[in-house]
Design a protein around this ligand. Structure first.
Ligand code: SF4
Length: 264
């Protein structure tokens, strides 16, 4: 069984996947990985706390303030637990860099809840039970049929349908999404559809840096695309030697295994 990230690594560079899977080179720690994990931890906690936040809302609650304060406290505690010193990062600098995105997220979520309350006039537990959309996070899914497993960053649940989100800390391309991101998202859409038995028509790559959602539609050829990629991966991983070094040096310069790769 392959992980969804194997597919995106393969599309980034087949040699990198070979180094990871066949030669078992570990991913070295990096500042980008650390900042990515802080962002992911924030979204994970936000989604897990949503039920208690929503259930605590009464007629007199200042919802905007409640979300903003909760997210502020969460970020402070995550930064406290993160190993920022390893990369000589200062907590305050990272906070100033990351906070505006989560402040915006807090305002967005508060706005959603507020407009639902204005339409339905319900509070507390009942509000949580009836509120749509709801969010699930870090959902583990697998499929024997597709030979695929993965963990979806975020699922938006509305009545009868699911919308997967893959969160990215890197820079978005000018248009659309990078090929590895597309295969990741369509894989998650197929896994979510099969595992959760709900309608999945599209998903989003969410670029944290620019707070942008880029949409990918699930179409009848999506599964073929995933299956073909898995077939190509099997061929690469069964070969006696790794594939050659990429000609695209921009990719190599951004690659976490560059040193190991070039010294092989
Ligand atoms: S350095 Fe370049 S060729 Fe080597 S694994 Fe990374 S992306 Fe691939």
């Amino acid at each position: 069984m392959f992980s969804v990230t194997d597919l995106s690594t393969y599309l980034y560079c087949p040699r990198k996947l070979y180094l990871q899977q066949v030669l078992e080179f570990p991913e070295p720690p990096s500042e980008i990985l650390l900042l990515g994990s802080i962002n992911h931890a924030m979204f994970d906690k936000i989604n897990k706390l949503d039920e208690s936040i929503v259930s605590s809302i009464t007629e007199s609650t200042n919802i905007k303030e409640l979300y903003s304060k909760t997210y502020f406290t969460l970020l402070k505690s995550i930064l406290k637990e993160s190993n920022l010193k390893e990369f000589s990062l200062k907590s305050l600098d990272v906070f100033h860099d990351i906070w505006p995105r989560f402040q915006e997220e807090a305002e967005l979520r508060a706005g959603n809840v507020l407009s639902f309350i204005q339409k339905n006039n319900i509070y507390g537990k009942e509000l949580w039970e009836k509120l749509t959309p709801k969010y699930l996070t870090e959902i583990k899914l697998y499929s024997e049929r597709l030979e695929l497993k993965g963990i979806i960053d975020r699922l938006e649940l509305t009545e009868g349908s699911l919308i997967p989100y893959e969160l990215k800390t890197g820079t978005p391309p000018r248009d659309g999404v990078w090929p590895g991101q597309k295969i990741q998202l369509i894989s998650y859409m197929l896994l979510a559809k099969e595992n959760m038995g709900k309608t999945v028509t599209h998903g989003f790559i969410h670029f944290i840096k620019t707070n942008e959602n880029r949409k990918i539609i699930l179409n009848p050829f999506s599964e073929i695309e995933v299956r073909n990629t898995i077939t190509e991966i099997k061929e690469i991983l069964n070969a006696d030697n790794p594939p050659g070094i990429l000609e695209n040096k921009n990719k190599c310069n951004a690659c976490s295994l560059r040193e190991e790769c070039y010294n092989l």
